[in-house]
Design a protein around this ligand. Structure first.
Ligand code: GTP
Length: 480
């Protein structure tokens, strides 16, 4: 643990990082921001400093820490800091820490990679002189914290936008806040994701802008389309008296648009739009806080994007895992799982359940005579015709080369026999392109009392063998 002594009237900082080189670099790059700067290599040392020194700002640099090993200790440090502001510095791709650590208490953060100027700029916002005017450091920290909460707690993008706008209305002087989202379609579409207003008179900004000749000159839209900060500090300067009058009715005098930038190259993701009750110059701190909030909103939007991509991929993988690639019906694994599940359900609700086994007749000969591709096409048609005879509640699975099974819920043996006969007749009546007519043999079994799926399968397969012996192209009932 070490310290740097300079000036007792300036703020006292504590910098935490396990790597000596990071601590030295921080001292060299940012030491001048502090009257006194302590450094600590682990949470225990930091707790010790906080117990014995008056510290104004705790900076935790997460680089080189291990999330699995160090989370509890750093979290407990965050929890015990007794009102002391905490600034977390962390790489963008390690931002998963943020949500974990925020559970221990409110904190501010900076996502890297950062250069010294960016770091110094943020640290300067904590200096006592910087908090004398504008929203003030406690106000900015509270707003950030509220916004962070909005991002963490949001269920989806719409919810995030609504919560973010509500948080923005906590900024003193803001009478209205909105969030625009730009789709990644070509050309991109801009939508008003959410709006929130204090004023008793309500406006529909989307409708107002749709009719306004100002449209593209409106700060929220400029910011979303160009990625630049935009401000209209006198509504009567806008070439649209109608819009100025409507915004005037909610007490708006100045409109600010802050872009939500994409990470890396690419169009912005949208913008935050704030309307203030009176025109006033925004301080550097205000501007950098607004940019931070927009960055946080972008972070939230990207999180939902990533989550959606993950969910779609998972759904696709699940689909692949349960589908037979040749015919598109369920595969054997899915067929077995559904049979097990339906047997339990039938037992619980005392409902009848039937299993129909289907096997193509002399399929070997079809392959031999007409070729494998023709055989494949025939299997697809058998699956299609069979599927066409079923109710949506029945499940068709391909259980082997030329074998299928139907799990028919709420169906007794008699009804299953009728179903099986319809399937048999439909296939026998179909012309299979490229080969002869084709027939199938079927067997039907109704699940009995405590019968297991394996026992049921044995029974139905035995009946299927009888159908084959009986000359094929027929249906056999499996007796209990
Ligand atoms: N074209 C094609 N053939 C397959 C596929 N999977 C298995 N087979 C063939 O399907 C045939 C199944 O024949 P079996 O069920 O044993 O007998 P069968 O000729 O149908 O005679 P029976 O069932 O007694 O009427 C075998 O020749 C397998 O090689 C597939 O995906 N495509």
């Amino acid at each position: 643990m070490s310290q740097q002594l300079e000036d007792s009237t300036r703020q006292v900082g504590l910098f935490l990082n396990p790597a000596a080189s990071r601590r030295v670099d921080f001292q060299a790059a940012c030491g001048r921001q502090f009257g006194r700067l302590f450094v600590a290599e682990d949470a225990t040392q930091a707790v010790h400093v906080l117990a014995h020194q008056q510290v104004d700002l705790l900076i935790i640099d997460l680089e080189c820490f291990d999330r699995g090993l160090d989370l509890a200790a750093i979290g407990s440090l965050v929890a015990q800091r007794h009102g002391l502001p905490v600034l977390l510095v962390c790489r963008f791709d390690a931002a998963g820490w943020l949500a974990d650590l925020m559970a221990f208490g409110p904190l501010d953060y900076l996502l890297g990679p950062l250069n010294d100027a960016e770091l110094n700029e943020r640290l300067a916002t904590y200096a006592p002189s910087a908090t004398a005017d504008g929203l003030g450091q406690p106000g900015l920290a509270a707003l950030r914290s509220c916004f962070q909460q909005a991002v963490i707690e949001a269920d989806d993008e719409t919810d995030l936008a609504a919560r973010a706008c509500a948080a923005l209305c906590g900024w003193p002087g803001v009478v209205y806040a909105a969030m625009f989202q730009l789709s990644d379609a070509n050309p991109p579409e801009l939508t008003l994701a959410a709006q929130h207003q204090h004023a008793p008179v309500q406006i529909d900004l989307a409708a107002l802008l749709a009719q306004s000749p100002l449209r593209r000159g409106f700060p929220g839209l400029i910011a979303a389309f160009t990625g630049e900060f935009a401000c209209l500090d006198a509504l009567d300067k806008a070439d649209d008296p109608g819009l100025a009058a409507a915004l005037g009715r909610i007490g708006a005098a100045m409109v600010v648009g802050v872009p939500i930038l994409a990470r890396g190259p690419g169009a912005p993701l949208g913008s935050l739009c704030l309307m203030f009750g009176r025109a006033a110059a925004l301080s550097r701190d205000d501007l950098s806080t607004l940019a931070d909030l927009a960055q946080l909103a972008g972070f939230g939007l990207r999180m939902f994007d990533t989550r959606r991509d993950g969910e779609m991929l998972l759904a696709r993988l699940t689909d692949i895992a349960i589908t037979d690639a040749l015919t598109g019906v369920s595969n054997r694994r899915r067929g077995e799982a559904v049979l097990e599940q339906e047997i339990k359900r039938a037992r619980r609700y005392h409902a009848p359940l039937a299993l129909i086994a289907i096997d193509v007749d002399h399929f070997n000969a079809i392959n031999d005579r007409y070729g494998h591709p023709c055989g494949d096409a025939a299997l697809r048609i058998v699956a299609e015709i069979t599927h066409g005879q079923l109710r949506t509640s029945d499940l068709l699975a391909r259980t082997g080369g030329d074998q299928f099974q139907v799990v028919a819920t709420h169906t007794n043996a008699i009804d299953a026999l009728t179903m099986a006969e319809k399937i048999r007749a439909a296939i026998a009546a179909t012309a299979f392109p490229g080969c002869d007519r084709l027939t199938v043999s079927l067997a039907v079994a109704q699940v009995a009392g405590e019968e297991s799926a394996d026992a049921l399968m044995l029974r139905v397969n035995a009946a299927l063998a009888r159908a084959k012996r009986a000359g094929r192209n027929c249906v056999e009932l499996a007796m209990q």
